[in-house]
Design a protein around this ligand. Structure first.
Ligand code: SF4
Length: 52
C-alpha cells in the first residue's frame, strides 16, 4: 500500500498504517475531539482509525 507522506502516524494497530514506516496510507483522515472543548493534545484523536 502507498503511504501518505503528509500524514505521519505511529498507530501500528490501525489497518491503514503503513507497516514498515510510520505513516498513514489513507489520502485523507478525519481528526476528531472527544471533549466539548479541546484544551490539550490528549483531547484529539484520529477518527479514521480501524483496528487491524
Ligand atoms: S487512519 Fe488514523 S490511526 Fe489509522 S493509520 Fe491513518 S492516521 Fe493512523
Amino acid at each position: 500500500m502507498d503511504l501518505n507522506s503528509s500524514i505521519g502516524c505511529v498507530v501500528s494497530e490501525c489497518k491503514f498504517h503503513s507497516t514498515d514506516k510510520d505513516y498513514c496510507t489513507l489520502s485523507k483522515i478525519q481528526v476528531v475531539k472527544h471533549e466539548q472543548s479541546a484544551d490539550t493534545v490528549e483531547c484529539t484523536d484520529c477518527g479514521s482509525f480501524e483496528r487491524k
